[in-house]
Design a protein around this ligand. Structure first.
Ligand code: NAD
Length: 251
């Protein structure tokens, strides 16, 4: 589909067995990239590493806490020691919580922002030096439809706010590094067919489907293929953009 031979891609949060990150890792691997499977969840890392290797690509598993600068710096060091370069960063690690603003605590807000925004900042900042030296880089962030139209059944206002912050951050960074050969883009998925979707009571699921013109949730590979495009040479003139992948639920 898209040629990513000799490229090295870090995918944060790719140790979730049924998550989007795992499929992003596999899709980039199928296009020829070497994959860094980075996650807080150590058991999941091994599984994704095996799947990437079965797809015929090189994989490096790294335990990572995106909220911790030492952990992020240690990952970058390991990746450079193993592969000598970093071409693609997919900021996929993210957390959510369903809670009303009335019941939300400041700690809830801080916890969500710590991972979804501050962790994304730490990872993005850490790849800039190697990407600038290479004069090539692709940073791709997972935002969400809830950044644009509010949450709904899954996430609270703090989640929506953190995913909106990601959009603004990406546009600023895109301007800063444009002449260094680095592009920065976001994807904004609607509801995706992951564990959280499957756990939804039937009546709630039917209500959600009603609001999606395509009449179904997205599949993880549909998010992954857009990311593979943004990572590729074919997307070389796209930066500071966010691409909606939501079946028409927000146009
Ligand atoms: P998921 O929970 O299946 O996977 C998230 C992964 O991030 C997990 O493996 C988890 O261990 C990891 N993670 C959490 N905190 C971390 C930390 N501090 N350091 C490193 N890794 C950490 O989630 P998902 O549904 O696959 O979502 C992936 C991304 O897509 C998230 O950013 C999410 O907000 C976004 N998104 C998801 C949906 C959806 O419907 N699932 C919709 C829109 C956006």
């Amino acid at each position: 589909m898209f040629e990513l031979n000799d490229k090295v891609a870090i995918v944060t949060g790719s140790g979730s067995l049924k998550g989007i990150g795992r499929d992003i890792a596999l899709k980039l691997a199928e296009q020829g990239a070497s994959i860094v499977v980075a996650d807080l969840n150590v058991e999941g890392i091994e599984d994704t590493v095996k799947a990437v290797e079965n797809a015929g690509a090189k994989a490096l598993g790294v335990e990572l806490n995106v909220t911790n600068k030492e952990s992020v710096d240690a990952m970058i060091e390991k990746v450079l020691a193993e592969f000598g370069r970093i071409d693609i960063l997919v900021n996929n690690a993210g957390i959510s919580q369903k809670v009303t603003v009335e019941d939300m605590t400041l700690e809830d807000v801080q916890r969500i922002f710590n991972v979804n925004m501050f962790g994304l900042f730490l990872c993005s900042q850490a790849v800039l030096k190697p990407m600038k030296e290479q004069k090539f880089g692709r940073i791709i962030n997972l935002s969400s439809v809830s950044a644009k139209r509010g949450g709904g059944v899954f996430g609270g206002a703090h989640y929506s706010a953190s995913k909106a912050a990601v959009l603004g951050f990406a546009k600023n960074l895109a301007r800063e590094v444009a002449t260094d050969g680095i592009t920065v883009n976001c994807v904004a998925p609607g509801l995706v067919n992951t564990e959280i979707w499957k756990s939804l009571p039937e009546a709630d699921a039917a209500k959600v489907i009603d609001g999606i013109p395509l009449g179904r949730p997205g599949e993880t590979n549909e998010i992954a293929s857009t990311i593979a495009f943004l990572a590729s040479e074919e997307a070389s003139y796209i930066t500071g953009e966010d691409i909606d992948i939501n079946g028409g639920s927000h146009m």
